[in-house]
Ligand binder design. Structure first.
Ligand code: PMT
Length: 397
């Protein structure tokens, strides 16, 4: 996937250096060529030999200790880089770059490169929240340097909070994304995902089987293509992709309201969520007792989000999904018209390896003009790629 790509990776000193080894291993498995520059303190945590063995390239630590095959090393590596990743990136290296300090191999090479530079910060929470660090980070962002947001949790120092280096798989996804043509740069995309829930009483609610996997895969791929993604999701057990604005809602009305806040400004709305069509007329104030053998609940219709925004849309592209169990294409075509969609992704939610919960899906994309294209069983991420490619083509023509 990354064949022929030259990634220069800076490794600065922090406990997360051990995770950087995994990043190199994953990039290598994707056939990237990786040249590593370590700071002296990084080399105190993990020996350069480890990185050398995994990257199968010489590792540079000292600016005055140039391996023979390079010319002026910091310049040749700076030029060689298609992407320059710094992981882990300490407050020190970020501070140096932000202030034009080039006093070792890593800072000098970053200063000399014209490649995209991506920092994966890792540091103590108080350091991460320190106003001076934030100023440095914001200054670099303004100059086009990119940052992979660190995670939160228990840090090596025992503190709990933000500052854990992003997980290797997320860093690698980000790098893959940085090579993916940025087809959606400057485009704002709203993606809805997951189920909604409708409370019945203080302890019970209705919902459906949506896991959010389809919508989250779309958000990840759209973000990798450079889009500004707002992901609006009902309750699911998934981590939102890095760099995506995440809005968690419960009910269909809340999803409707959230879409409404972003819609005017957006270019594309993708409705991969499975919102509940009905909600109870009233939510019981107290737990419904089980004294009677039968109870009756009355439901009222929820807003149809896709139909509402389909009606008021101006230039926005709206894509719907059709969760069908019979007459799939015919029903999907009806939904395009009813909701004024630009195309619809139909899936048979009774089929094996498709629809709710599974990691794969089997879809037919039905266009406004009625034509239908069948796709074989694919990972949801690959289905997302096909959808995002189609949207890019529509936006760019
Ligand atoms: O989340 P996963 O486990 O990965 O499963 C993926 C999925 C099966 C949920 C997904 O692929 C899918 O089919 N999503 C649409 C589910 C659905 O609500 O389908 P529908 O045919 O009932 O609705 C048609 C369209 O109208 C959908 O785009 C839906 O988001 C939208 N809708 C529906 C009801 C409503 N009140 N408002 C809406 O906007």
């Amino acid at each position: 996937m990354l064949s022929g790509k030259n990634i220069v990776m800076g490794v600065s000193g922090g406990i997360a250096v051990y995770k950087a080894v995994d990043v190199v291993s994953r990039l290598k498995k994707l056939n990237a060529n990786i040249d590593i520059i370590m700071t002296k303190s990084a080399a105190e945590f993990v020996a350069p030999l480890t990185f050398q063995s995994i990257s199968q390239n010489p590792v540079t630590v000292n600016i005055f200790n140039e391996p023979k095959q390079w010319k002026i090393e910091h310049i040749s590596l700076a030029k060689k880089a298609d992407v320059f990743l710094v992981a882990p990136a300490t407050a020190n290296i970020i501070g140096k770059v932000a202030n034009g300090i080039a006093d070792d191999m890593l800072s000098t090479t970053i200063m000399a490169t014209r490649a995209k530079v991506i920092f994966a910060p890792a540091m103590n929470t108080n350091m991460y929240n320190n106003i001076i660090f934030k100023e440095n980070m914001n200054k670099l962002k303004e100059h086009g340097y990119e940052f992979i947001k660190p995670g939160s949790g228990r840090l090596a120092c025992g503190d709990i909070g933000e500052g854990k280096m992003a997980e290797p798989c997320d860093i690698v996804d980000y790098i893959i994304g940085s090579f993916n043509g940025n087809q959606l740069k400057g485009k704002k995309i709203i993606i809805t995902a997951g189920p909604t829930i409708e409370p019945l009483d203080p302890v019970r609610y209705m919902t459906n089987y949506s896991s959010g996997k389809m919508g989250f895969a779309l958000a990840k791929v759209a973000q990798q293509q450079g889009a500004e993604v707002t992901l609006i999701s009902g309750p699911v057990n998934l981590e939102p992709p890095l760099g995506v604005e995440f809005i968690r809602i419960n009910t269909t009305q809340e999803m409707f309201n959230a879409v409404g806040r972003y819609f005017d400004d957006c270019h594309v709305l993708i409705k991969a969520a499975a919102p509940l069509d009905y909600r109870p007329v009233s939510v019981s104030e107290h737990k419904i007792k089980k004294e009677k053998d039968e109870i009756e609940l009355k439901f009222v219709k929820n807003p149809d989000i896709a139909a509402h925004f389909g009606k008021i849309k101006k230039k926005q592209i709206i894509i719907g999904f059709a969760a069908e169990t019979e007459n799939i294409i015919e029903n999907a075509r009806k939904k395009i018209d009813k909701k004024n969609l630009d195309f619809i992704v139909a899936n048979n939610v009774l089929a094996e390896n498709a629809g709710f919960k599974s990691d794969t899906n089997i879809v037919t994309i039905v266009d406004k003009n009625g034509s239908a294209t069948d796709y074989p069983m694919m990972k949801k991420e690959d289905v997302a790629r096909a959808i995002i490619d189609k949207i890019s083509a529509m936006l760019n023509c």
